[in-house]
Structures are given as C-alpha cells and as structure tokens.
Design a protein around this ligand. Structure first.
Ligand code: SAM
Length: 347
C-alpha cells in the first residue's frame, strides 16, 4: 500500500476500506498530509468556492444534568459558575448577530431542564418570526423524539449532536453509565428522520481513543452521512477527571478533517474553536485542510468565561465584533471570503 495511491483513490471514489484508513493514519507524514490537504481543499472549493460560512454561536446555558468525564460544565464540577440566558438575552444576541451579518444562529448549551419544551419552542418560534431569512441550529443534547419534533415545527432547521465516538466501549470510558452510545445514535437517527440538517462528530485525541476508534468514527460518518461534522481536538479542563490527560493533536485533527472532506465531499465542516485554541492559526489551517465553516461566539461577554468546556478557550475575552472582524481578515489573508449567507447543505 502507498499512501498517495489510497488518498487519490478516496479522492476519486469517496470511499475507503478500514485497513486503508488505518494505514493512512498510522503512516502519515509531511508528504501524505500535503497531498491529502491539497485535495480536500480542492474538493471544498469545487462545492463551495472560496466562501466561508459563518454561524453565530450563542452559549445559552452551562447548567447540565450530565457528567461527561471530559467536559468542564459537567454537573459534578462544583467550581463552575452556572448561568442561563433569558429569552430576551438570546433575542438581543440574535439582533446583534444579525446586524453584523450572521444568517445562522446556533443555540448551544448543557442539558438544562429549566428550558422545557414549552420554553424552548417559544424561543425558537420567536427567532423564526423575527428572522425568517435565518437558519436556526440547536445543540442542546439528547431529547425525546417528540421534543425534537416540536422544536423543528417551531422553526429550527439544524441540530448538532456529536456522536463523540462510534465505539460503545470507548463511549463508556468517556461517559457515566447512564449515558449510552445506543441512545445517542437513536437521537441522531430521529433528528435526521424529522428533517433536520444534522451534525455528528467527535473529539480528536480524547482519552483512550485508539486509531481503530478513529477509523470506526470515519466509517460511521460515511455511513450515516450527516450534513455537518464537528471535529476538534480534545482539550483537558482542570476541574474534570481528565484534567491531566494529553491535549489532542492539531496535526492529527487537520489530517482527519481532510479525510472527512474527501469521504464526504459536500459536508459542512467547521474549523472549530478548539482547533484555534490548540494552534495559533488553527482555524486557517482547518480551512486549508477542507473546512468551510467558522463559528464565532456571540454570547454576552458577561457569560463567556463561564462556558468553559476546556481550558484556555480561544477568544473568551474578545468582543463579538472584534473577534468576527479578525475571522474575516484571517480568512481573507488565505484567499477566502466570509459570506453573509445561511450556508445550507448543498444537495
Ligand atoms: N450538551 C450538548 C451535547 O451534548 O451535544 C451540547 C454542548 S456540548 C458541551 C458540545 C461539545 O463540546 C461536545 O459534543 C463535546 O464534543 C465538546 N467538548 C466538551 N468538552 C470538551 C473538551 N474538554 N475538549 C474539546 N471538546 C469538548
């Protein structure tokens, strides 16, 4: 096997066998990385041109009923200062985001039972009524199918729910016993059947992750065919059981992003904040490896430091407009243009 042959075959067919993916990852070097990233970039440009879609991220609550071992807002973290945004706060963020040019709002948060279906559908319906030209993305964790349906009917279009790892045993090492991969997968299927544009994904370098796990993730993504893939490095948070684990590699993350692009040519692929946190020009490098989305944070400054999933999060103290301007100019510097567009999945 030669890496170059495998990469060119994935570029042509969008398919790869388990052993080919394993070989590529285990034998990656400068040369194969350059080839892979170059082709991934070419594929992204073929479908999306040099346009970068932006999503305005609103971190609406850091209360969470779950206890994921990697996450800084897990319920056992007694040092987290908890907050939740009111509907008025959220509408205010949307208004600021809209004037800056955002046409997608992403409401993300822990699994906070304060936001009942009635409260959440009211928030979604209000955004939908005020911004009919915008996409509404939710990232609020696992819910019963009926709740997903009500939110969709109220006007939500997309849902981000990373599968985290497609290996049930590995899933068990990252989560408490009451959470299961089977339920996560059922949620993903429900979301897709209801009609959401769905995002799956995982952290790169999460504790106990093996190359075999990563290959399983890539094959799951290919098979499930999500519209979006959220994939960034794992970064430890000092108040979690994984405080002393290693940070995921930016280099491996970039390699995997490029593979995801080649295997799923039209997928909406964000260059994540986590990638920008572990590597100075991480988000630009992400775009050069086939990413076509960036998600600047537009949460109120007063809560930014409280939504700490991991340590040293990028732009925790940068004002919304300044951070957005910096995204625009850094994309321009590498030949890309941030566009004022909903940025839907291309059928
Ligand atoms: N509660 C929702 C859920 O479970 O999907 C959304 C919020 S959750 C905090 C969003 C994502 O943050 C997770 O899917 C996870 O992959 C990522 N995340 C959490 N802790 C992280 C860490 N320490 N390093 C990198 N990413 C992390």
């Amino acid at each position: 096997m030669r890496s170059a042959d495998i990469i060119e075959s994935i570029y042509r067919t969008t398919n790869a066998a388990r052993e080919e993916l394993r070989f590529l990852i285990e034998n990656r070097d400068e040369e194969s990385t350059q080839l892979l990233c170059g082709l991934a970039r070419k594929r992204a440009v073929e479908h999306y041109g040099n346009k970068i879609f932006v999503r305005a991220l609103i971190e609406m609550t850091n209360y969470c009923r779950n206890d994921c071992l990697y996450c800084g807002i897990r319920k056992s973290n007694k040092n987290a200062q908890r907050y939740r945004l009111t509907k008025e706060d959220i509408m205010e963020c949307c208004s600021e985001g809209y004037s800056l040019g955002f046409r997608t709002f992403v409401l993300q948060g822990g699994e906070d039972m304060y936001y009942t279906d009635d409260i959440m559908t009211d928030i979604v319906a209000s955004i939908r009524a005020e911004y009919p030209d915008c996409a509404i993305t939710l990232s609020l964790g696992e819910k019963p199918r009926e709740s997903y349906q009500r939110l969709f009917d109220a006007g939500a279009n997309r849902y981000l729910l990373r599968h985290e790892t497609a290996d049930p045993e590995h899933y068990g090492m990252l989560h408490p016993a009451e959470l299961s991969l089977a339920n996560r997968m059922e949620c993903l299927r429900d979301l897709k059947e209801i009609g959401y544009q769905v995002g799956a994904g995982m952290m790169v370098g999460s504790p106990y992750q093996t190359v075999g796990n990563i290959v399983t993730d890539l094959l799951f993504i290919k098979d499930f065919a999500p519209h979006m893939v959220g994939m960034g490095p794992f970064i430890p948070h000092h108040d979690t059981p994984f405080a002393h684990e290693k940070t995921g590699s930016a280099e491996l993350t970039l390699f995997l992003l490029a593979l995801v692009r080649l295997m799923n040519p039209k997928v909406l692929l964000p260059a994540t904040t986590a990638l920008g946190t572990v590597k100075g020009n991480g988000r630009e490098m992400g775009v050069l490896a086939g990413c076509n989305v960036v998600m600047p944070n537009i949460s109120p400054m007063s809560v930014r430091r409280k939504y700490m999933l991991y340590d040293n999060k990028l732009n925790a103290d940068t004002e919304t407009e300044a951070a957005y301007e910096s995204v625009k100019s850094s994309m321009k510097a590498i030949g890309y243009e941030v566009v004022c567009d909903r940025g839907d999945y291309k059928k």
